[in-house]
Write a new protein. Structure first.
Lengths: 506, 391
């Protein structure tokens, strides 16, 4: 872009011509000539009327500028320049591409004849969505605000929660056509410089024509593109971003996406929603265990049922077995086909209720559930236990806090069903081993993704998985710039530290 | 090929292998669809001495064969087949069954009296060799044919296997039946020096509705054969003289006479020790039983505040229990001449050298061994009233 740049406003007409040339066939491109009382054009104002607040421009800015307009088009009229410089949010632009950028970002450019620079004023007037309650990560006691599409509003939400100059933000423009702004936020004293460096390199390498949503960035900076598991945490909650920043993570805020990414992230960080911090730690830990259970149910539910009912009948307790036998009577399909049918039906139902308008969507899911649950059983196509297994699996997958991780598990369920139908529990164990190996091999910006699972120390894994009472959690605010070595808090010997690295897995 | 290309190939390979797995799901021969099985929950084995063949009976649970609206209902189905060996009979049974019998859920083996007397070794051998049979399932011996037992309707209308399971579970409050697992029986059956008791199932005539199955008494086995039946009283004492898991939860009421009144106490064995001493190659058995007792029912007023009364009650209870144990031990020793308690095992464990000398003529020695029985009873709980008994 810099190669194309050239001096913009050395001469008024020339630069204006260039701008006009660039914005030909654009109805919203406005050039206003500012006349003095002798009807001589002394300055030109250029903007896109759809982006700026024209009312504000006419009411507050134009009168001020007009008042300061010189009697003649003298290029060294100081009062006009002073006025422009006094106007809020002004910026001096020297190059054509900067000027274009300024215009595209809801700015106004004022070009004086014969001046070597143009003056820019930011006056956004487009409509943005107001800050709303979180839609995905709903909780009971936490803050009730979520990110919006506007980058500045998002930033302000984070800055309001972290009032420290230590919070740094670096911006990048991504997308040749879209020129979307993206920002990296981090706490300088907490962040790992190597990780930051690595991320910056990755971001600089991104070459996109159009950046619509930050999933594109996520795909381009993640270490393993072909893994079904999302390796980067995404959240719509400013409070979660703040606590992540506090743990040394880097937040990636993208204009136009109400979701913020945080790197480097781990599997269990993705699995812990911010609710955990807003409830009593007993309950939070209980939920963490429940979530793990849900994870296993959502992954292994149907496959375990298939394996047990077709290969390992002896593993089912006799009364349960009697129940299964009675409900499986006269069902025409093998258990495997039943499972595939029901799982597919469930996925279709889920997708349908997602796509339909909200009011209809609900009724579709209820009707669908009734059809699948009752009619299928009544007509003897599917057995009752299978309906329960699929329903339980579905519910368990909805209990996984991260939507994208839940999708990964839903996908993996199908190969697991195949393996279970082929070789029973052996197939399931084989799949589980493969999934575990894959998860162990994953990294997020060079950091192990499955942290804190430590196969050499169960205690280490466990202590970093559970949420301790707040007294025993690490409070690193007092330990700035000393890498957490001098912790002030007396934690009664219950704190957990390993290799000088404090537990920050909260 | 660049890295992405290689990765894509791996992904393709994985997806193809998944598709292959889909194709192979039908190939596995180990698949047993749960809808096609007949769940065998009890088995009966009879032996015809004259024809030298076995009658193998399976008590199966099937889903009811009517429309799917009736799902949830199960029906019982008893099928039997004959064969030269148990396995052959079992295979012949497969030909008669419309469904695939699943043996793993079987909990009860009912062995007919004739089979128990003439072919018990073969039966135990088959059971322990077959991996489809759980070695934790129970063996009961039936008076008469086992097939008749399995063909009986239960009084409760429940499935026979459930009924038997319930009866087995009630053993701890009753103590007069003795369920023995295949595992224990297989261990003891090969031992020529000791015998063992297993449960007995018999049909009892009821006044109002035909016959009912009861678990009562026991069958004594020695040298791989049914030797004799024993009464419920003997079985109860055998519980106390067995391993801890047999008496730990046993809480049985015993009625005896105390000061010319009928007294019932609940007895729970707290500590048991059976010791065999060796004096110059002559074994002597010391049995010590410490009971905890709870007052159950007295038909006469009893002053609890008087400690002497309590002491007397305890003493009488101990005396009563001792006489019962003594009676049973003598029956085993003098009448049956079978080492049901396992004295030979204890003797061998503690005095291996003496045992080596003695074992060849153990059968003559055993009936002569002196048994010293000591019983203690401690009355733990008198209930909620300060005075016990009727007015």
């Amino acid at each position: 872009m810099n190669q194309q740049s050239e001096e913009a406003c050395v001469s008024n007409d020339l630069s204006l011509d260039k701008l006009k040339e660039l914005f030909t066939n654009n109805d919203s491109f406005v050039v206003r000539k500012l006349m003095n009382n002798q009807s001589v054009a002394v300055a030109s104002m250029v903007y896109l009327d759809i982006l700026i607040d024209e009312k504000g421009l006419n009411q507050y800015i134009i009168p001020q500028i007009v008042g300061a307009l010189p009697a003649s088009a003298d290029k060294s009229d100081k009062s006009l320049i002073d006025t422009l410089e006094n106007l809020a949010a002004n910026k001096v632009l020297h190059q054509l591409d900067h000027a274009v950028n300024w215009i595209m970002n809801a700015g106004i450019i004022i070009i004086l004849p014969g001046c070597t620079k143009a003056y820019g004023i930011q006056l956004p007037g487009y409509e943005t969505r107001s800050i709303d309650e979180p839609k995905i990560e709903i909780n009971v006691r936490g803050p009730k605000e979520s990110f919006v599409e506007d980058l500045h509003q998002n930033l302000s939400m984070v800055y309001r929660k972290l009032r420290t100059p230590d919070l740094k933000s670096e911006s990048y423009i991504i997308g040749k056509q879209s020129e979307t702004k993206m920002m990296l936020l981090y706490l300088e004293s907490r962040v790992d410089p190597k990780t930051l460096e690595l991320l910056k390199k990755k971001v600089e390498k991104i070459q996109l024509d159009l950046l619509v949503a930050n999933i594109q960035i996520e795909e381009l900076i993640q270490d393993n593109t072909y893994s079904p598991f999302p390796q980067i945490l995404d959240t719509e909650r400013p409070d979660r971003v703040v606590s992540l920043l506090n743990r040394g993570k880097i937040a990636i805020v993208t204009d136009g996406t109400p979701i913020v990414l945080a790197v480097p992230s781990t599997f269990f960080e993705i699995m812990h929603p911010s609710d955990d911090l807003y409830e009593r730690f007993y309950f939070a830990n209980f939920l963490r265990i429940i979530r793990l259970v849900c994870l296993f149910v959502s992954l292994f539910g149907p496959s375990t049922y298939i394996a047990l009912t077709t290969f390992h009948l002896e593993m089912i307790p006799t009364p349960l077995m009697m129940n299964f036998i009675s409900s499986k009577a006269n069902i025409p399909f093998p258990t495997f086909v039943e499972a595939i049918l029901m799982e597919t039906a469930f996925e279709v139902l889920r997708e349908a209720s997602l796509r339909l308008p909200r009011a209809v969507g609900q009724s579709v899911s209820i009707v669908g559930a009734l059809i699948i649950g009752e009619a299928a059983v009544q007509s003897g196509i599917v057995s009752r236990p299978m309906v329960i297994v699929v329903a339980m699996t579905g519910i368990a997958s909805f209990a996984i806090p991260s939507f994208s991780t839940a999708i990964a598990f839903r996908l993996l369920r199908f190969p697991l069903i195949l393996f279970a139908a082929y070789c029973g529990v052996f197939g399931i164990s084989l799949c589980m081993l493969l999934i575990l190996l894959h998860l162990c091999s994953l990294t997020s910006l060079g950091k192990p993704f499955l942290e804190p699972v430590d196969f050499q120390s169960t205690k280490n894994s466990l202590m970093r998985y559970i949420l301790l009472p707040i007294h025993y959690r690490i409070n690193r605010l007092g330990a700035k710039n000393d890498n957490g070595a001098a912790l002030q808090h007396n934690r009664g010997g219950l704190s957990y530290e390993q290799d000088g690295e404090v537990d920050e897995y909260r | 090929m660049n890295k992405t290309g290689r990765w894509m190939n791996t992904v393709k390979l994985f997806l193809m292998s998944c598709l292959l797995a889909l194709a192979t799901t039908g190939c596995s021969e180990n698949i047993t669809e749960i809808g096609d099985v007949a769940l065998v929950t009890a088995m009966g084995i009879d032996y015809d001495v004259s024809k030298k063949n076995y009658l193998f009976t399976a008590y199966c649970v099937l889903p009811s064969a009517t429309s799917s609206e009736n799902t949830g209902k199960l029906m019982e189905w008893v099928v039997n087949a004959r064969g030269g060996s148990i396995l052959e009979a079992a295979r012949n049974l497969q030909g008669r069954a419309g469904k695939m019998p699943i043996w793993q859920h079987n909990k009860f083996f009912i062995i007919g009296e004739s089979a128990a007397r003439h072919a018990f070794n073969e039966i135990v051998d088959t059971m322990t060799r077959n991996r489809q049979i759980r070695i934790t399932s129970y063996i009961f011996v039936s008076e008469g044919q086992a097939a008749d037992v399995l063909l009986m309707r239960t009084d409760t209308g429940d499935l026979l296997s459930n009924d038997l399971l319930g009866k087995k579970r009630n053993e701890k409050d009753f103590g007069k039946s003795f369920s023995q697992s295949i595992q224990d029986i297989a261990n003891w059956n090969t031992n020529p020096y000791r015998g063992f008791i297993t449960g007995k199932v018999s049909k009892v005539k009821l006044n109002h509705s035909g016959e009912e199955l009861v678990l009562f008494g026991g069958a004594v086995f020695n040298k791989g054969k049914l030797a004799d039946w024993v009464s419920g009283e003997d079985v109860l004492v055998e519980h106390f003289l067995s391993t801890k898991n047999k008496w730990k939860h046993l809480n049985i009421p015993v009625t005896f006479s105390f000061n010319n009144s009928k007294t019932t106490l609940f007895f729970n064995l707290a500590k048991q020790s059976i010791r065999v001493s060796d004096t110059k190659g002559k074994p002597e058995v010391y049995i010590q039983l410490d009971f905890k007792a709870i007052a159950g029912q007295l038909d006469r007023h009893l002053q609890v505040s008087n400690r002497e009364t309590i002491a007397q009650l305890e003493q009488t209870a101990a005396q009563h229990m001792k006489s019962r144990v003594q009676h049973t031990v003598e029956h085993f020793q003098k009448d049956l001449k079978i080492d049901v308690i396992g004295i030979s095992d204890i003797y061998y464990q503690h005095h291996p050298k003496s045992w080596a000398v003695l074992k060849s003529h153990w059968e003559e020695v055993y009936p002569q061994i002196p048994f010293h029985i000591a019983v203690n009873v401690r009355l733990d709980n008198l209930g909620m009233t300060q005075t016990l008994g009727g007015m």
